[in-house]
Structures are given as C-alpha cells and as structure tokens.
Design a protein around this ligand. Structure first.
Ligand SMILES: *Cc1c(COP(=O)(O)O)cnc(C)c1O
Length: 419
C-alpha cells in the first residue's frame, strides 16, 4: 500500500490536476459555521491525505507490536516497517544513510536534542551560537537555555524591512567564536526563503556547524542535505501531510558518533548493569523508549504521497498562490503585507488597520475561513516590525485561487464591519 499507488495525479509531465488532489483530503469537505471550510492554516499544521490515514489504520490492523525487542511475527513486521520508514526519510532529504536519521516528536524536539546532546558536549563559556531575528521560538529558546547553562553567547543576524536577512552584516557576526549557525529555511511569518547553501558554506568557512530548521520547507520543495551542506536538519511530519508527534533530526554520521545520548531508557542500550550502561550506536542511541512507530510509518506514507505529486510542482504552485494572495491583499484598505515581494513560501502575513489580528481571525472563522492571528511563535520578529502580531494565511497544494478570492471578499466585509 505504498508509493506508486498514490502517484496517479500527474496529468502530463509538468501538469498536476490540483483540484482532484483535494479529494484525497476528506477534511476539506467539512463546513465551519455553515460555510465550506477554507483551510489557510497549513503552516501551523497541514491536513492529511487518505493515504496517510490508511497507513496508520493498516499499521494498527495488521502490524502493531513493539519494535526491536520481539522475536515474533508482528514485532518483525513492525520493526521492518519502522526501519523502512527511516530509510524513506533519509532518501527524501538526500541523506546518505538511514543511520543519520533520528526520529523525534518534531522540529522542536530535534533542535532540543542538538542543543542538549551536542551543545552539552561541545559548547563552552564564550562560544557563540549565531541565530537570526526571524527564528521560531523552537530555534531560539533551546539555545537560550544552552547559553544559560554554559555561559555561551547568542548573536542574531538582523532582518531587513523587506523580510530578508541582512547578509551585509554577516561577516561581523560570523566570527571564529561561532560554533553553530542555526537558521530557518523558510520563515513561518514572513515566507522568506533563506539562501541555505550559501549560509552553510559561510558557517563552515569559520569552522562552525550549520543547523537548518526545515519545518516550513521540507514538505514544500525539493531539498538535499548534501547539496545544502548542512550538518543538522530538523523538521516535523505534521506540516508535510504526516501525523502529529513524529519528526526527524538529520545529522552527519561523524557528528552523531561523537555525541552522548540525551534521554536514557529502553531501546537505546547495549547492556545495563545497576551502576553503568553501554549504549547503541546512532540513531538508536538517541531514541530511548518505545518510539512513535505508527507515526514514522505515517510519515513515510506522507513522503510517498508528496513524491507522487512532485515537490518541484508543489513549490511552483505555492509560489503562484502566495504571489496571487499578496497582489490581491493590496486591494484592501490600509493593509500592510509583510515579507519579500518576489520569491516566498506558501504564506502571507498581513495587518489591517481596521482590526486586531485576533478579531480579524475570529471574524473570518464565521465565514468558514481558517486564518491564524498572533505572533506565530515569532515574538522577537514581531517586535522588530513594530507589531504585536499579524494575520497569516498559509497555503498548500490543496488550496486554490478561488479560495483566495473568497478570502479577499471576507476581508473586505471585515474592513466594513470593523470601521
Ligand atoms: C512549526 C515550526 C517549528 C516547530 O515545529 P513543531 O512541529 O511545533 O515542533 C519550528 N520552526 C518553524 C519555522 C516552524 O514553522
């Protein structure tokens, strides 16, 4: 029940029948307040295609058992499916080996793993972790905690008014004291797509490692950790059509071999005596306890599904929707749109003078339109732009231009309502 079965949507080489893909998502038929649902909150979590829901169901109906420990049939099936999912994730991001993929709960846990296990071993007082002003709290707070524990310092690459990074400042910030440069691939508030390969190369030039937060990119564009040159990559399954509670950390093998475990427990040991234990190699050394087996299998099904459509096509579709939304938002009275004008990910943040983002989002919900209002786990970035929050419309391949037209109509209504 894998792979090609779900790759049937290509109409011609470069044409995808986007409208028919919507039928793969049962939830898109829901109504909210008596209106057809318009789901513009995929940057918070994407919807799930039937292929993923079925993969979860198939696992629980036919394969469910604990992994690695059992010698019975179901345990072998579960172990095989779980390890196959790991290979599938590795392949999807171009990692040379499945041993470089650690299953985690998601982006947040992946970054915390690096901060605690790698940071705990290698970061000393006076070292610098370089971040950017546009980081999600997930790629900020773990480094603050590490800095407090170790006496390391944090530095930030500023963001320009157009929502791109101020790279002219980089040489002053990226100095020999920097041990890690951690940054997002696509900003979840601005839509900015950062030049990952260039940033990784610059990090390496001063002897620093590079960590990429790929939460907003890995389900939306083709990427390859080898070509990007990153040392760590963190992402979540639930923003790329997979289940919640599963994600991954990619890290280069030499790095994983050099760092100690972070959680202790079952599954990660070779032998345990009362006073001391020895640990398995990566990746299992970093996966203590019973893992999210079903989640990993669901994530592999999501990957098959996305590859069936083609990430290059998804990226083009994203770009078109985001551009169209930006253009149409300029028609609204006293509305400020954030982020770069040209290339951007599948989202747009904006502020209407007429209403606070929370009020606007509540108003939109009355018409079945799911937007998100607030700081989007980007409080420092909001401060940088002098706002407490924005309203964000975020898209995926199952959204349409007609839905954006409907959003504009609803926002016009809001402008009149709140006047
Ligand atoms: C969503 C998001 C995260 C956090 O992901 P979780 O799934 O909540 O762990 C981190 N960074 C970015 C850019 C995000 O969009």
């Amino acid at each position: 029940m894998r792979g090609a079965d779900y790759g049937v949507h290509k109409v011609a080489d470069t044409t995808v029948d986007w409208k028919s893909l919507r039928e793969d998502f049962p939830i898109l038929r829901e109504q909210a307040h008596g209106h057809p649902l318009i789901y513009f909150d995929s940057a918070a979590t994407s919807q799930k295609p039937r292929a993923v829901i079925e993969a979860l169901r198939n696992f629980y109906e036919h394969e469910n058992a604990n992994v690695h420990r059992g010698l019975h049939t179901l345990s072998s099936r579960a172990t095989e499916a779980y390890e196959k999912a790991r290979k599938r994730v590795a392949e999807y991001i171009g990692a040379p080996s499945a041993d470089e993929i650690i299953f985690t709960r998601g982006t947040t846990e992946s970054i915390n793993l690096v901060a605690q296990a790698w940071g705990g071993k290698f970061i000393r007082e006076g070292d610098v972790i370089l971040l950017t002003e546009m980081e999600h709290h997930s790629n900020l707070v773990p480094w603050q905690l590490l800095a407090e524990r170790t006496g390391a310092r944090l530095r930030f690459v500023p963001v320009l008014d157009d929502g791109t990074l101020d790279l002219a400042h980089l040489p002053k910030l990226l100095t020999q004291e920097v041990k890690l440069f951690a940054f997002t691939h696509i900003s979840n508030s601005l839509g900015t797509i950062n030049p990952v390969a260039e940033l990784c190369e610059k990090a390496h030039a001063v002897g620093a490692l590079a960590l990429v937060d790929a939460a907003q990119s890995v389900g939306h564009l083709t990427l390859n950790v080898g070509e990007l040159g990153c040392d760590f990559m963190a992402f979540s399954g639930h923003k790329m059509c997979g289940p919640t509670g599963i994600g991954a950390l990619y890290a280069r093998k030499e790095i994983l071999d050099s760092i100690p475990p972070w959680h202790g427990g079952g599954e990660m040991i070779v032998s345990v005596a009362l006073e001391k234990s020895t640990f398995k190699k990566a990746p299992h050394r970093f996966e203590a306890g019973t893992p999210n087996i079903a989640g990993a299998i669901g994530l592999a099904a999501a990957i098959d599904y996305l590859d069936g459509i083609g990430r290059a096509a998804i990226f083009q579709h994203d770009l078109q929707l985001a551009r169209y939304a930006c253009d149409r938002l300029t028609e609204l009275p006293r509305t400020r749109v954030f982020g770069p004008a040209e290339e951007r990910g599948a989202l747009v943040g904006f502020v209407m003078d007429a209403a606070h983002p929370h009020d606007l989002t509540t108003f939109a919900d009355q018409y079945g339109l799911a937007l998100r209002g607030g700081h989007h786990c980007n409080q420092p970035l909001m401060r940088r732009f002098g706002v407490s929050g924005t309203t964000r419309a975020s898209f995926y391949f199952y959204n349409t231009k007609e839905e954006i037209d409907r959003m504009i109509e609803i926002l016009h209504k809001a402008a009149r309502f709140f006047k």
